[in-house]
Design a protein around this ligand. Structure first.
Ligand SMILES: [Zn+2]
Length: 229
């Protein structure tokens, strides 16, 4: 029987998920949840690295975050499109692994691949629940889609809640260090390590913990007991 996932994080490129919610993934795994990463492309070409190197880096990062599964689809980096063909491929992953929560790129971004990823994931959620399709997997309607607080638009986003990742920030940093080609060899991107730590520290301070990650939730969610908030 295929593994069912509690949390599946989806990104246009390898490293999107680590930047957006790497701490959350490591944290939930420590809580005994099942976690996974879905990359829509292999991230190549970029100024640094090769296809093989990028795949090896993504594999290493997944091991550091201790996720149960990492899947890389064969969509085209820099040409990502919200096509029916692509949404069916993603829907099949949702049908197979039946994630309770999906986390992906937010709607607003300057990077067209990230915007396409947002659109594709939401279209694939709809696609996954359809019956009478050619899919070899049964229909499934993922109950919740959230968005991580990361895009090429430099602004303060409205976040709907913060997750305490104090026990996992170092895992997130180490996972990002695994991307030697992107964040070490490309010296323009060295800043990411202090940026990630400072941001997690700022968000953590908002809720009285050391480090936190923020999420965007476009739909209401139910709270039964406001004295427990
Ligand atoms: Zn990206």
């Amino acid at each position: 029987m295929t593994l069912k996932l509690d949390v599946l994080a989806v990104g246009a490129h390898p490293d999107d998920v680590e930047i957006g919610c790497g701490g959350l993934l490591a944290h939930y795994k420590k809580m005994g949840k099942t976690t996974g990463i879905l990359d829509l492309t292999n991230g190549m070409p970029t100024p640094y690295g090769t296809v093989e190197q990028r795949l090896a880096e993504a594999k290493k990062a997944a091991e550091i975050l201790n996720v149960d599964v990492r899947i890389t689809l064969d969509m085209e980096n820099r040409y990502l499109e919200n096509s029916i063909k692509n949404r069916i491929k993603i829907a099949d992953v949702f049908r197979q692994y039946r994630p309770r929560v999906i986390i992906t790129n937010p709607a607003e971004d300057f990077h067209p691949d990230h915007v396409a990823c947002y659109q594709l994931v939401n279209a694939a959620v709809f696609q996954a629940k359809l019956t009478n399709t050619d899919s070899k997997f049964p229909e499934y309607y993922p109950p919740r889609v959230l968005y991580y607080d990361q895009s090429h638009i430099k602004k303060q986003r409205k976040l709907d809640f913060l997750i305490d990742i104090s026990d996992s920030l170092e895992d997130k940093i180490r996972a990002l260090e695994a991307y030697q080609s992107q964040f070490i060899e490309n010296k323009n991107n060295n800043i990411i390590f202090s940026y990630i730590r400072d941001k997690a520290s700022y968000l953590g301070n908002q809720i009285g913990v050391k480090y936190a990650e923020g999420l965007i939730c476009p739909s209401y969610f139910r709270i039964n007991d406001i004295t427990m908030i």
